[in-house]
Unconditional design. Structure first.
Length: 170
């Protein structure tokens, strides 16, 4: 698979994301991660994602493991970092980390704006904070980490399909 940059998406925590105490409800982290995966696909392969749908195929979550480290709260800005760790013939295995973005200056970054960061600061290990290679970054608070296996399937019968060459860089 060709080298894939880290995709980052900033999101604001809204009232609808929280419980009565203003803490993000655990299932909302999955929503944040799904939105980031959609933007990752759109940013890297805009026409091909439409082509997949036209061919009756889509990525579906096959397996997901989430670890919650710290709570996010109402009105905070969070950053979802996503990258592909490795692949199998019909699956992509991704790591996603959600950090509190308000911990450090993010420049002109605003909620809902994706950013592609070429190889910046992740070792490909699921526990990596994502900060090791970021020039000038201070520590960011890790809120949640996810390992997600996406399977490419036919929508009409749910059967796995081989990942296309364009996705693998072939």
């Amino acid at each position: 698979m060709r080298h894939q940059p880290i995709h980052r998406l900033a999101l604001r925590v809204y009232y609808e994301d929280t419980d009565a105490g203003g803490v993000v409800y655990h299932a909302r982290y999955l929503h944040f991660a799904e939105r980031a995966r959609t933007e990752w696909l759109r940013a890297g392969w805009p026409q091909q994602s439409a082509d997949l749908r036209a061919q009756g195929m889509a990525f579906v979550v096959h397996r997901l493991n989430a670890t919650y480290h710290r709570p996010a709260r109402l009105d905070e800005l969070v950053m979802v970092s996503s990258w592909v760790d490795h692949h199998r013939p019909s699956r992509l295995i991704m790591t996603q980390q959600i950090h509190r973005a308000d911990d450090q200056p993010m420049g002109a970054l605003s909620a809902g704006q994706p950013a592609m960061v070429a190889g910046a600061g992740h070792s490909g290990r699921s526990g990596d904070s994502g900060d090791a290679g970021d020039a000038g970054s201070s520590a960011k608070t890790l809120l949640a980490s996810l390992s997600v296996t996406l399977a490419l399937v036919r929508l009409d019968n749910g059967k796995p399909q081989r990942l296309p060459d364009w996705l693998l860089g072939g």
